[in-house]
Ligand binder design. Structure first.
Ligand code: ATP
Ligand code: ZN
Length: 516
């Protein structure tokens, strides 16, 4: 366990209060995050949810806790509406693409994993795939049925929410706006009741179908998260995460299922329920159902490094809305570039001073591969932080307080710049501080270099070396005071999607132009 430090506090959606976090078992924090429905590419909003869970897990590891993290992949059962109406998202996507659901699921799961890698998000301890757990789901639903919490309709097996003393705790109460909004299915006793099993109708031809005691069909979407979280993390675990759109229905239903299954209406599945707010753009919540949406590939194709999006996410607290705009993402890219260039300069100074050849040991300890399995980071922190003196420790303490206080990353992030600008610190101390903080921020600052950040926009009609040659020519014209020629070059670059930055103190002379 790391040395005494700020207590970890989280806003718990269950109590709607900030609470002190103590793990059920200090030897292993158990964390479950609702995963994506793999019927399309993840949009930037979806990815915000996973930057959040990754930061959460990194913070817990940094604080000395080992973390057992499970994320599911929903490849079955999710309808276009969170209640039990609308099309099955996976079936509809497969029909449209004229592919099998399995092919669609595999394709978008891999695309999702690739996005996570580009965002420097660690793999969880377990990826649990919904369709690998159908037998478990049937057994779980049977137990709920035997306990008398269900009723059957032609369309399937339904959960009777009136059997619970307190359904909808997360949403506020039973008739809370979210719960009351649910559209109804014919025969349901209460609008909030939900399907545990959706029976295929005789005239329906579904690609994904399993035999069950309630006829052929597919599990209701909410079932998988109860089943897989309990299977891998136990009946009551530490933290459950998801976007706030899951708070009113999906998570209320998970809790209802957990309580019916265990027979204990005090149990809530997880002690802490944490919800990230939305990424929004001018038209509101970024959403797949809107048709066109932004993905990480959209950014990369525009010449924007994916970690600029991580910087953007870190700049807002996870419980606040975050606005996406071309200006915001380009500002985040500039911030990332400035950090990378400054850390690169620092690294050169340190390497020259400490050893003539090769990296010092503590820098080698900063290898993300060695801490990507959910293990605590005590050993790495020990090596990195051991020689820090008062001034540096004071910054580290402020960083600790920010990250421990309900993951206040927008307060933690500027401490990078503060460290880099602090003249009282030795370069080595600065670099050690950055290394420690980046274990949570995940910006890969010690390994990125300036060249890797200059991604040429896909549509740019110029090659990288042409850009540089034109920039040099422009500098020459400016020196010769031939401003007409220099402006002409600027315009030419602009037409090619390149925005020239004059007077950039770090000498990063261009950035992609982008108008989404
Ligand atoms: N705009 C957003 N901002 C932040 N998180 C979001 C946003 N939209 C969805 N999420 C979260 O992304 C995660 C993955 O969601 P999932 O793949 O089920 O999305 P979806 O419901 O298909 O997407 P959409 O809501 O766009 O149709 C969930 O935790 C969800 O709450
Ligand atoms: Zn879920």
């Amino acid at each position: 366990m790391a040395k005494p430090s700020a207590p970890v506090l989280f806003f718990n959606s269950l109590s709607k209060k900030i609470e002190n976090f103590t793990p059920i078992d200090p030897e292993r924090v158990r964390l479950y995050s609702c995963g994506p429905t793999v019927y399309n590419f993840a949009h930037l909003g979806n990815l915000r949810a996973y930057v959040f869970t990754d930061s959460l897990r990194r913070m817990l590891n940094w604080k000395g806790y080992p973390v057992n993290h499970v994320i599911n992949i929903t490849d079955v059962g999710h309808l276009t509406s969170d209640s039990d109406t609308g099309d099955d998202k996976m079936e509809a996507a497969a029909h449209k693409a004229q592919k099998t659901i399995w092919d669609v699921a595999r394709f978008y799961t891999e695309a999702f994993w690739s996005d996570l890698k580009n965002l420097n998000i660690f793999n969880p301890t377990i990826w649990s795939i919904a369709t690998d757990h159908i037998e478990d789901m049937i057994a779980f639903a049977r137990k709920i049925e035997e306990a008398g919490f269900t009723y059957q309709l032609d369309s399937g097996l339904y959960f009777d929410t009136s059997r619970l003393k307190e359904y909808g705790l997360l949403a506020g109460h039973r008739e809370a706006e979210g719960v009351g909004r649910i559209e109804t299915v014919a025969g349901k006793k209460h609008p909030a009741d939900f399907a545990l099993w959706r029976r295929s109708s005789p005239d329906e031809k579904r690609q994904m179908e399993w035999i069950s005691p309630w006829g052929p069909g597919a599990p209701g979407w909410h079932l998988e998260c109860s089943v897989m979280s309990m299977k891998y993390l136990g009946e009551q675990f530490d933290i459950h995460t998801g976007g706030i759109d899951h708070r009113e229905i999906h998570h209320c239903n998970e809790i209802a299922q957990n309580q019916a299954f265990t027979g204990d209406q005090q149990k809530t599945g997880a002690n802490f329920w944490l919800h990230n707010n939305f990424l929004v753009d001018r038209s509101g919540k970024m959403s797949k159902s809107k048709g066109s949406f932004l993905t990480l590939s959209t950014l990369i194709e525009a010449g924007i490094h994916p970690l600029a999006y991580r910087v953007l996410c870190l700049s807002a607290h996870y419980r606040s809305e975050l606005e996406f705009s071309p200006d915001n993402i380009l500002a985040a890219l500039t911030r990332l570039k400035r950090l990378v260039i400054a850390v690169g300069q620092l690294k050169k100074k340190v390497q020259k001073k400490v050893v003539a050849d090769g990296e010092p040991d503590w820098l080698r300890a900063f290898d993300e591969r060695s801490f990507s399995k959910g293990a605590p980071l005590d050993y790495q922190r020990g090596l990195i932080e051991a020689p820090l003196k008062k001034e540096a420790l004071a910054i580290l303490e402020r960083f600790d307080q920010a990250v421990s206080n309900d993951l206040m990353l927008p307060q933690a992030l500027p401490l990078l710049e503060e460290t880099l600008g602090n003249k009282k610190l030795q370069p080595e101390e600065q670099l050690r501080l950055i290394a420690s903080m980046d274990m949570i921020l995940g910006l890969n600052l010690l390994h990125l270099d300036r060249a890797s950040l200059n991604i040429r926009p896909k549509n740019a009609s110029l090659q990288e070396n042409n850009v540089l040659a034109l920039l040099e020519e422009r500098q020459l014209k400016r020196k010769e005071k031939d401003f007409a020629a220099s402006d002409a070059i600027r315009n030419r670059l602009s037409e090619a999607g390149i925005d020239v930055l004059d007077g950039d103190p770090l000498g990063w002379e261009w950035r992609p132009e982008w108008n989404a």
